[in-house]
Write a protein that binds this ligand. Structure first.
Ligand code: GLA
Length: 432
């Protein structure tokens, strides 16, 4: 049966079922918005099974089943969609330092949400990703605090400044929780010494990676260490200021000690931008020369509907030359009109720009962009081993006003879903 006919059948079945349901109607607040009974759609994970894993970042509601603001029915449906479509998961927030290790010391951990996330993956036979160990954002102040005076007023505008502050100022939906415990503000108090910070980093990595050893398959060890400004390669974060540039190598060494079998990724955004990509290549080559155990490139791919096959093809061609597998780690495609400023170095601010309306023909533009992007992934299937969407549907996306995903807020497939499946079909040797 063709996809269109399948869709028609699904629509008829749902409409009929809905009619019957509506007659025996339940309480008014339980709107029966369950779009796709599990098993009714072709699955992305099956369509690409010969090429790469297809994953999704899940929130706590999906991992635990807790209804939250989204409500019980929709969360149930989110879970059904995740199980139906994806064979790999990443945690949207619950393994970030701020959440899993909010207070100092061995008893300062909060493992419950992360445990639930890992158990969800195990129960459903999914490959599980750990995100993220060392990052300039969503890291509590205590990590950097100590008795040493801050090294100068200029230093503290650092990593949480620049584009993140611009994003805040731009009245973004405010879901990109930046900064060191406070949105967009650097920690300005007395600092830890290099040795103290390294010891905290090592303890954190050993505890967290060690706890999920053998369960979490790949880790984003260092997230977003590359600078967006000028020729500067490394972001001027507190990690860099306090430890020095070898904080990256140290993080990978500690993670490798903690789980020698885990795939260790370096993860960053904006790698579609040639200047930023060149910095990535410089950094990875340096790490490789130093025999640092970095095993894969994580390319976030928070892109927009202006992204073409050619852009993605070029990015993948250059990154593949590093000889490492490439994981697309946080894919979404912004349809907001204000979010179309290319893939320049301002991508963080740019990608946050989701207010003020969508581009015209947004659904169609999104479908075309996704088709081009997936064609590029397939062209590079020798190196692209995993493609993870950053969110299950538009309603739970951090860029929800930019409607960047394949499913709408009720988990109904958008034209982009069909377009991506079509790319998979075209890639089959016997495709008609
Ligand atoms: C970055 C991080 C993700 C997520 C997104 C959007 O890309 O790696 O964990 O926070 O920003 O919020």
């Amino acid at each position: 049966m063709s996809w269109n006919r399948s869709l028609l059948v699904v629509v008829i079945v749902i409409t009929t079922a809905y009619g019957a349901f509506a007659q025996t109607a339940v309480k008014p607040d339980q709107s029966p918005t369950v779009a796709n009974p599990p098993g009714s759609l072709p699955a992305l994970k099956s369509a690409f099974q010969d090429h790469f894993l297809v994953g999704v970042a899940i929130n706590r509601g999906i991992a635990t089943g807790a209804a939250g603001r989204r409500g019980k029915e929709l969360v149930k449906n989110d879970i059904a969609l995740v199980k139906e479509q994806f064979n790999q998961i990443a945690p949207e927030n619950d393994l970030k330092w701020q959440i899993i290790h909010p207070r100092e010391g061995a008893d300062g951990y909060n493992f419950e949400p992360a445990d639930a996330f890992v158990e969800f993956g195990q129960r459903n036979n999914m490959d599980i990703i750990g995100h993220t160990l060392v990052w300039h954002a969503q890291t509590p102040n205590w990590v950097f605090a100590g008795t040493n005076p801050p090294s100068g007023a200029d230093d503290v505008t650092d990593s949480a400044g620049g584009n993140e502050q611009a994003a805040d100022a731009g009245a973004s939906p405010g879901r990109r929780r930046r900064g060191f415990g406070g949105p967009g503000r650097g920690y300005t108090g007395p600092r830890a010494s290099r040795d103290e910070l390294l010891a905290r980093m090592r303890a954190h990595i050993h505890t967290v990676v060690g706890r999920y050893k053998g369960k979490i398959k790949a880790w984003d060890v260092v997230n977003e260490a590359i600078s967006d400004s000028g020729d500067e390669v490394l972001r001027n974060s507190l990690w860099l200021q306090i430890i020095g540039p070898d904080y990256i190598a140290k993080a990978f060494e500690y993670a490798h000690e903690a789980d020698p079998d885990a795939i260790l990724r370096y993860n960053d955004y904006g790698l579609e931008n040639p200047a930023k990509r060149q910095k990535l290549i410089t950094l990875i080559k340096l790490l490789q020369e130093q025999k640092v155990p970095v095993h894969a490139i994580g390319s976030q791919a928070h892109v927009n509907v202006s992204t073409t096959f050619e852009t993605m093809d070029q990015a993948l061609t250059e990154m593949t030359a590093l000889g490492l597998p490439i994981h697309i780690t946080e894919l979404d495609v912004n349809s907001a009109a204000r979010g179309q400023r290319g893939t320049g170095a301002d991508i963080a601010a740019n990608s946050d720009a989701t207010q003020g309306g969508l581009v015209s023909d947004a659904d169609q533009r999104l479908a075309e962009a996704y088709a081009g992007i997936f064609r590029a992934f397939l062209k590079h299937r020798e190196s692209v081993k995993m493609v993870t969407f950053w969110g299950a549907n538009d309603a739970v996306s951090w860029r929800r006003f930019g409607t960047p995903l394949l499913f709408d807020g009720e988990n109904k497939p958008k034209p982009a879903f069909e377009a991506v499946l079509r790319v998979a079909t075209e890639a089959q040797p016997n495709a008609e």
